[in-house]
Design a protein around this ligand. Structure first.
Ligand code: IVH
Length: 720
């Protein structure tokens, strides 16, 4: 829809030469703003710049101010809030808002138990085909029922006790993603009455930004302000704000997942036969529906979904606390019915909580590989994110001060996926005793060298270098890790022993230990010593990227090491590269270049490299890639879904070898999308943007063609 479709006449509020009536102008502006609001908030794909939207918005505001009799509750101008209530009115739910049974076990048995119950209730024997389910995310927010009459939002209510909730309409209107008017679809009528149910929540980035703003307000002296403990609490606080002007400043989001009261099909209401069909209709009417929704078959489908979401939940931009399984067929849902207050056709399968409360037993300062000092809270053991946690990082001096964590405090600990557990915040009202605030030491707690915090840096660093045994230990562990040179069995305990007894001072010392060197250690069994010797031997044939990464040069992670190896082809060329040459490498900027130059300008670092080579470490070297043609340089690819034979990493490697960039998300800059089975929203977006779409075969053909082109051009070049 372009501005012109709806606004053929001049939108000038004074309407000098206008042929449209004020009523029509207002209607047109509202329709236009509804459309662009939907594109911006729900589809995440704006069609006009923000300034243009603001201009239209102000025109409508002006017209409505001049004609208050034309004001309407579903006007986009009503989103900015402003009403202040004494209390919320109570709303009786015409269809109760039920809760669902929860399974909390972490294994697949929750899904299997649910499927078994459903099959038993439906009288399906083993030979009957699998039941079709819809698997969804369980959003960690608060349930909301949105009532539309004749297509307009008339009421929004919290769940309350399930029978009646609170009328929070004024606050809910401020949520840009919630349509104030239902959108008309091509073959889907708008029912006279429609109650859409779903979850109001706060995205993590919105939550962080909100807390940032709250901290600034508190620092500026606003005594009544506070920071929020987690996105759920922040969302609940915003929804229950009596001043909708304040609610409007708290960025909330919404996902639709269910139906309440609705005009029956016999009276012209919708005729869905499955839950999935209903969710698609919600999208047409303008509601956000989570893209992770999946139709699956039987218990196995549920188990696979649960595992997939458990592994990927940390990449979501919002918190979930589990997944929800629902029988897809609405006829079967009716047949299954309810037990007490829970439907038999749905179950929530929760994940272990990622945040828990515990107490701080002490605060230690740890020294990392690059000398970085990290304050770490020692905790009373707590089960969080599926493991028992006893340490949580406080990151650095500023963070530790900001959170003001003290010994004895009750704190919220978060462990999300494989990320290091962290202290999120202190429950100040639970503070007892008078422990002093934490202070960062100005000398290294391990070697006593001076610790300094350079200007513009967040971290204190020990200046002891490899004199500091903590740094030496970490450097060895880094080198020996699986992603670097990989010395199996060389773990923390053994490295502690080797460094503390002064047997190993540098990396090459490891390779000179031999069986005798290891066997002399306390508690070292003969067999273990043999295993370590064998592992050291097995680590010698390696690759250039692994070796470069293993050296532990600051700012040189795995990806940079790969780029360096690909670009230069040999270690000597990397070691001797000038700043200009380094800056030519993909993703190498001045900081990385400087770090590499500093590292290789130190004779003792070059000496370590030479000695490692002398000890037998070796890797294949090749031609520098900057001389190899890069036909896909400047082209951006996005990979989505699973390809029939290539893994993501393999496809990425093939493309990168030709100079292509492989990005994580689709944008106007994307040149190609390579899509496999179960490709989701990225593929939809690529289609919308008209981006070239390849399957695995298409990708292989493209690569083969490039190879053929190179072959002909190099034969041409070699001709006299
Ligand atoms: S369906 C009759 N689907 O979990 C079924 N609930 O007790 C009604 N929730 O507080 C709920 N994500 O707010 C459903 N995809 C989802 C959900 C979901 C989160 C919440 C809901 C309620 C609780 C279920």
């Amino acid at each position: 829809m372009s501005t012109f479709d709806l606004f053929a006449d001049t939108p000038d509020p004074q309407g000098k030469a206008s042929t449209l009536s004020i009523v029509e102008k207002i209607q047109n502006l509202r329709a236009l703003l509804h459309h662009h609001g939907h594109c911006y908030y729900t589809l995440d794909s704006p069609e006009i710049p923000d300034t243009e939207y603001d201009k239209l918005f102000r025109q409508l505001q002006d017209l409505e101010a001049q004609h208050p009799e034309l004001q309407s509750a579903d006007s986009p101008t009503q989103r900015i809030g402003g009403r202040v209530l004494d209390t919320f009115a109570s709303v009786r739910h015409r269809i109760p808002m039920l809760s669902i049974r929860t399974e909390t076990d972490t294994e697949s048995s929750g899904a299997q138990a649910f499927d078994a119950r459903v099959r038993r209730e439906l009288g399906l024997d083993e030979l009957a085909p699998p039941v079709a389910y819809v698997a969804e995310l369980k959003f960690d927010g608060l349930a909301m029922s949105l009532r539309y009459e004749q297509g307009a939002l008339v009421n929004a209510a919290t769940r309350g006790d399930g029978e009646s909730g609170e009328d929070v309409t004024a606050n809910i209107r401020t949520i840009g993603q919630i349509p104030l008017r239902l959108k008309q679809g091509p073959s889907l009528a708008i029912p006279a009455v429609l109650e859409v149910r779903g979850e109001v929540f706060m995205r993590r980035d919105d939550f962080d930004a909100l807390n940032e703003r709250q901290r600034a307000r508190i620092a500026a002296g606003a005594k009544s302000e506070k920071t929020f403990v987690n996105p759920r609490n922040a969302a609940a606080g915003a929804v229950r704000q009596l001043d909708s002007g304040i609610a409007a400043q708290r960025p909330l989001s919404f996902f639709a997942y269910g139906l309440g009261d609705v005009t029956p099909a016999t009276d012209g209401g919708p005729t869905f036969s499955t839950h999935y069909e209903m969710l698609q209709a919600f999208k047409v009417w303008g509601f956000p529906v989570a893209e992770q929704i999946q139709c699956v078959q039987g218990a196995q489908g549920l188990v696979t979904y649960h595992q997939h979401i458990a592994q990927t939940r940390d990449r979501l931009s919002f918190d979930i606390d589990g997944v929800v399984y629902k029988v897809n067929s609405l006829a079967l849902q009716t047949q299954l019915g309810f037990v007490t207050r829970e439907p038999r056709w749905a179950v929530a399968h929760k994940f272990p909580a990622q945040e828990e409360l515990t107490t701080v037993l002490g605060i230690d300062v740890q020294v990392g590989r690059t000398g970085k000092l990290t304050p770490v809270a020692k905790l009373s053991p707590v089960f969080v994110g599926g493991v028992t946690v006893t340490n949580a990082t406080l990151h650095n001096e500023d963070e530790a001060r900001r959170k003001d964590v003290r010994v004895g405090d009750t704190v919220i600990v978060r462990r999300a996926g494989d990320v290091i557990p962290e202290v999120v915040s202190v429950l100040l009202d639970k503070r007892v005793g008078d422990a002093p605030p934490f202070c960062m030491p100005h000398s290294c707690p391990v070697c006593g060298s001076l610790a300094v915090r350079e200007e513009g840096e967040a971290d204190y660093r020990c200046t002891g270098g490899l004199f500091c045994s903590a740094q030496r230990k970490q450097a060895i562990l880094h080198f020996a890790q699986r992603r670097a040179v990989e010395v199996e069995g060389l773990g923390e305990k053994l490295v502690d022993q080797l460094v503390d007894s002064n047997i190993v001072k540098t990396l090459p010392d490891l390779y000179r230990l031999g069986f005798a060197g290891l066997a002399q250690l306390d508690r070292m069994a003969e067999k273990s010593a043999q295993n370590i010797v064998a592992a050291l031997e097995a680590s010698k044939p390696t690759t250039l990227p692994r070796f470069l990464f293993g050296l532990g040069i600051r700012h040189v992670g795995e990806a940079t090491a790969k780029e360096l190896a690909r670009h230069f082809g040999s270690l000597d060329r990397v070691m001797d590269a000038s700043e200009d040459a380094l800056l030519q490498v993909n993703d190498v900027g001045p900081t990385v270049a400087h770090s590499l130059l500093t590292f290789f300008s130190q004779p003792h670092n070059r000496e370590v490299v030479e000695q490692l080579r002398a000890c037998g470490l070796h890797w294949p070297e090749g031609e520098p890639a900057f001389q190899v043609p890069q036909p896909l340089a400047g082209q951006t690819f996005v990979l989505t879904g699973s390809l029939p034979t290539l893994s993501r990493d393999q496809a990425k490697e093939l493309l990168e070898a030709q100079g292509a960039k492989v990005a994580g998300s689709v944008s106007k800059k994307t040149n190609y999308i390579v899509a496999g089975a179960d490709a989701g929203s990225k593929l939809d977006k690529a289609r919308e943007l008209g981006i070239a779409i390849l399957d695995e075969e298409g990708l292989r053909n493209l690569l083969a063609k490039l190879q053929a082109d190179q072959a002909t051009s190099s034969t041409n070049e070699s001709k006299p």
